[in-house]
Ligand binder design. Structure first.
Ligand SMILES: [Zn+2]
Length: 306
C-alpha cells in the first residue's frame, strides 16, 4: 500500500514512472512536484481515500450489506456500500448506523464507494435513545441530502448538519429551526426582516405576510393590495432575528409550529420540491416539547413545600 500526496487522483496517472516524466509534474526548479491527492493506492485501478462524513441514509441491502448515503465534508454527498456491515461481528457495523459521524476509509467503486474501515467520531448515543430525536435528525438529514448536489463539496452545509444532529441528540428543541435559518443564510436567500419587501416600510405591529414570489415579507397594506395572504406574527419574525444572531428564543408551541412552517416554505420554495419528513418531524417536536413541559412541571411541583 502506498500513501500518495497532493492534487490529482492516482487513477489519472497510471504509473509513478510515467508521472515522473510528465512535464506538468515538474516545477520551475525542475524538481518533481507532487501529483496526487491524499489517496491511498492499492493497485492501479482502485483509489482509496479517507473522508469525514455523517451517515444521512442507510438501508439494508442483500444478506448483510448496507447501502449508505454519506454526507462527507470534503467530497459532498456520496453513495457507498458497507459490505457485511449488518453481521454482528462486523467492525463497521456501528459506524454505518444513521446519523453517526465517522472518519471513513473508502475505495472508489464504479458507481458506489466501498467502505473499508471506519472510526466513529461522534456516536450520538443520546439521539439513539429517543425516537423523537431520531425523527428530527432524519428531517435535517433529508433537507441536507436534498439541498446538496452529489459529489459537490459543501463544507458549510456539512458543519450546519453536524451541529444540528449533535444538538438534536442533546434534546435542544430549537436545533432544527437553527439549522433551517442557518441553511437559508448559507444559501444567501434569507428574506429581509427589516422592512416590507414591496414598499420598504418598517413594520409597526400586527402580522406581516410571507410572499413566496418576492421571497420576502410584506406589510399588511401591501399584502392586501397584492392579494397575498400568509400571515406571520411579528413574534415569529423576532424569533428569526434571535436565531440569526445566535441567541436562544422561547416561543409558544403554536408559534413554534408557524416558525417551522415558514422556514419549510422558504426552503421548499427555493428547492422547488417538498420534504417528506415534515409531518413526522412536527409530531416528534410536539412530543419532545410535551416531555420537556411535563419534566419542568414535575420539577416545579417537587420544589413546592407542603
Ligand atoms: Zn409594504
Amino acid at each position: 500500500m502506498e500513501i500518495l500526496s497532493q492534487r490529482g487522483r492516482a487513477r489519472l496517472c497510471p504509473s509513478r514512472k510515467e508521472n515522473e516524466n510528465h512535464e506538468d509534474t515538474k516545477n520551475t526548479k525542475g524538481k518533481k512536484a507532487p501529483f496526487y491527492t491524499t489517496a491511498i493506492r492499492y493497485n492501479a485501478d482502485v483509489v482509496a481515500y479517507v473522508a469525514e462524513a455523517i451517515v444521512t441514509g442507510a438501508r439494508r441491502y442483500g444478506e448483510a450489506d448496507r447501502l449508505l448515503t454519506l454526507f462527507t465534508r470534503d467530497r459532498g454527498r456520496i453513495g457507498a456500500i458497507a459490505k457485511s456491515a449488518r453481521k454482528p461481528k462486523s467492525s463497521i457495523r456501528g459506524a454505518t448506523e444513521p446519523f453517526i459521524r465517522a472518519k471513513f476509509e473508502l475505495a472508489e467503486g464504479r458507481s458506489l464507494s466501498i467502505v473499508r474501515s471506519a472510526e466513529i467520531l461522534n456516536p450520538n448515543l443520546e439521539l439513539r435513545e429517543h425516537w423523537t430525536r431520531l425523527q428530527l435528525a432524519g428531517h435535517v438529514a433529508e433537507i441536507a441530502n436534498k439541498m446538496s448536489v452529489e459529489g459537490v463539496p459543501d463544507p458549510g452545509l456539512y458543519d450546519l448538519l453536524a451541529k444540528a444532529i449533535e444538538q438534536i441528540g442533546e434534546g435542544r428543541i430549537d436545533a432544527v429551526a437553527k439549522f433551517k435559518v442557518g441553511l437559508l443564510d448559507h444559501l444567501g436567500v434569507f428574506p429581509d426582516l427589516t422592512g416590507c419587501s414591496e414598499c420598504n416600510a418598517a413594520r409597526v405591529k400586527g402580522n406581516v405576510h410571507l410572499d413566496h414570489s418576492r421571497h420576502g415579507f410584506l406589510c399588511s397594506e401591501c399584502a392586501e393590495l397584492l392579494h397575498v395572504h400568509y400571515p406571520v406574527p411579528m413574534k415569529v419574525l423576532h424569533c428569526f432575528h434571535s436565531l440569526r444572531a445566535g441567541k436562544d428564543f422561547d416561543l409558544e408551541d403554536d408559534l413554534l409550529d408557524t416558525a417551522d412552517e415558514v422556514l419549510n416554505n422558504l426552503l421548499q420554495g427555493f428547492l422547488q420540491a417538498a420534504f417528506k419528513t415534515v409531518s413526522a418531524a412536527k409530531k416528534a417536536r410536539t412530543a419532545e416539547r410535551e416531555k420537556e413541559n411535563s419534566n419542568r412541571k414535575a420539577m416545579e411541583d417537587n420544589n413546592v413545600e407542603p
